[in-house]
Design a protein around this ligand. Structure first.
Ligand SMILES: *[C@@H]1O[C@H](CO)[C@@H](O)[C@H](O)[C@H]1NC(C)=O
Length: 293
């Protein structure tokens, strides 16, 4: 009997140690139409390889975008994107989750283009109950226009994590105990779009979009969605607390992930609202949990 217990323990330990360092479940590549549909300017989206890859284009008439068919409460959402190459100054490529209504929740990735050879900026933000103003900006450690990279969000009751490939670049912990709202009851749709924002995007709006370089093209693939889908019958997901993203190893980053995040943040951070004493004389409560702030 004793040896039986012992062997069960060994098996469990093996399973546990195999799981701990694993990043969110490996995304599955699925075609665009499985999870998404175009939102506007349908003729500015091109489909390749049976919809496994798409391209959005922006010209002086319009940009374009798409959204998920379903709405989700918690889960893991990822997209592989290759940003607009060459002169992309003034353009913004966005990938975000958002709920509807006045007091909406939102989780944003925004990629701000630049002149040829100058670095993109990745801006992230989190809105809870209609309140945003939580911008962080980083440079990337690679050229995002050369290859596809994956950008993903893990969202559960404990934290919202932004990943670039497997590297966590930002964590927004549930700080309800500090009086900060956390997205937990408003299902979100996933959106992406490419548009002109030359009034603010590049060097604060100094660099304007050069329309002689249009169309500007961003490519997408790997339309992975693994979330609790809101159904007509269930306003809240009945399975809450039981899905893979709710489990222990996804409730906090592990040591290795924290080290990688610190590396990114110490080397590549341009702006962090948590350290902006001019705009916010009082530090926001959730910033107390920001180890790098
Ligand atoms: C664009 O390049 C300039 C000069 O290198 C840099 O200051 C800026 O942060 C870059 N990115 C954006 C989006 O402005």
């Amino acid at each position: 009997m004793a040896s039986f217990h012992w062997s069960v323990c060994v098996v469990l330990l093996c399973l546990a140690s195999g799981v701990i360092a694993t990043p969110p479940r490996t995304p599955v590549n699925v075609p665009f139409y499985r999870n998404y549909m175009p939102t506007w300017a349908f003729d500015h989206i091109k489909y390749f390889n049976a919809g496994n890859e798409i391209q959005l284009s922006l010209d002086k008439y319009t940009g374009t975008g798409f959204q998920s068919k379903g709405s989700y409460l918690f889960g893991h959402f990822s997209m592989q994107i290759k940003m607009v190459a060459g002169d992309s100054a003034g353009t913004v490529t966005a990938f975000y989750l958002s709920s509807n209504g006045a007091e909406h929740d939102e989780i944003d990735f925004e990629f701000l283009g630049n002149r040829t050879g100058q670095p993109y900026i990745l801006q992230t933000n989190v809105f809870t109950g209609g309140k945003g103003d939580r911008e962080q900006r980083i440079y990337l450690w690679f050229d995002p226009t050369k290859d596809f990279h994956s950008y993903s969000v893990l969202w559960n009751m404990y934290q919202i994590v932004f990943f670039v490939d497997d590297v966590p670049i930002r964590v927004f912990k549930n700080s309800k105990d500090l009086g900060v709202k956390f997205p937990f009851n408003q299902p979100m749709k996933i959106y992406s779009s490419l548009w002109n924002a030359d009034d603010w995007a590049t060097r604060g709006g100094l660099e304007k979009t050069d329309w002689s370089k249009a169309p500007f093209v961003a490519s997408y693939r790997g339309f992975h969605v693994d979330g609790c889908e809101e159904s007509v019958n269930a306003r809240f997901c009945a399975t809450q607390g039981k899905r893979w993203w709710d489990q222990k190893e996804f409730q906090d980053l592990d040591g290795y992930q924290y080290r990688r995040m610190s590396w990114v943040r110490q080397k590549y951070t341009i702006y962090n609202y948590c350290n902006d004493r001019v705009r916010y004389p009082t530090k926001s409560p959730e910033c107390m949990r920001d180890r790098d702030a």
